[in-house]
Write a protein that binds this ligand. Sequence first.
Ligand code: LLP
Length: 449
Amino acid sequence: MASCSVGFGRLDGGLTCDGVSVEAIRDKIGRDSPFFLYSQSQLDANVLAYHSALDSLSMPGGAIIGYSIKANNNLSVLRRLGSQGTGAVVVSGNELRTARLCGIPSDKIVYNGNGKTKAEITFAVSEGVLLSVDSQFDLANITACAKASGAAARVMIRINPDIDPKVHPYISTGIMSSKFGIEKNLVDEYISAIQAAGPDVVSLEGLHCHLGSTISDTKIFQDATDAMLRYVDHVEAAVGAPLKVLDIGGGLGIDYYRGTKGDVSMPTPMDLIDSIRSKLQGRQFTFMLEPGRSLVANTGIFVAPVTGTKSNGAKHFVVVDGSMTEVIRPSLYDAYHHIEYTAAGVEPAAEAEEEKKVFDVVGPVCESADFLGKDRLLAVPHTGQAVAVFDVGAYCYTMASNYNMRVRPGEYMTSAGGSQLCTIRKPEEFSDLIRMCIAADEIDPINIA
Ligand code: LLP
């Protein structure tokens, strides 16, 4: 990797973030502390790539980047994205609160979810955001909540188009065996139910689908677009009016191998749009995408100091102060995250091929599933070395836990082109872990006999 003023690179062998030495950042934060580090320049570049792609469509009804905030909900990340014009896609009342708190306007927010509670729906209706209808009970709840609150619910129907995105089964969401979306053959029934409720209660504004995550082939988006445009035509004919929105979801993958594996080539946002451009020509609706990972994943690294090395027979381990509690994706999806040391080797020889060994990079958590990387060819780490786990800006902090009473680490972001470092979330402390437990002398039993 060459030194780079946008994102992560190398200078004199040491890892850099926005051109600044990660070792120097470790000196500031504390060399023994694990932490997440985000590159603001990379974030800006990623948003720009989406804006350029969507702007190039020149849709008469406009286009919206609905940032899927489950990927990374740090307020600073959201404010930065919001200030650059992105909308938000939320899946809980609290994500909706967070999006609003960060200044994202209601007319750019979509609320998805297969299990929205009545309280969440009522809140979403009062905020005027677009809700996706996921099932019959969901539509019944939306109708009831809208009636009770006296405001119309703006909705899209989320269709499960039964297209296989060819990704890990846990993150495949648009096939019939998935719990998401309505059965595609039942669209007419939903239209009838919405029409029966009346436009002052439920206003049908569009259609939605989301096939899955880590999609690497634009053909999948083409298939989704073809299928959804057929539904748009069908629904428009049935209701006798144009739909305002078509939202084909998120799911664009990233190259987690960071160019180290020859056969991986990942489409860019422009490649995605190019692949469906002609299909959208002449359409009047607002076109929406819901990217999460492809906006934020490559903006972050997780820095974990090396605690030691050990061998069990022929198996060698680098044990770090970082684990499945901060980066669960390897354990949960068998996902690959690239790993490198932050500092250059002390001796140049330490980086030489013959000095390297095949290591599993593991954490201290009491689970054999606790690994960050398996079978990695790495130099034997020198004292004080740390690993950087790459592409952790999406679905890592948001999926972090306190298992084994590990505190969640701090999050930091560069700003002003790398000349400043900002704490954007403080590291937790022991007191945070026991805060919600009731002290022995404050326990107040309720009689339930
Ligand atoms: N829209 C909907 C309706 C979604 O369910 C998701 C992700 C997205 C958009 C954003 O997808 P993206 O562009 O980030 O792929 N924890 C898993 C990913 C779960 C994704 C869930 N839905 C992982 O770490 O890979």
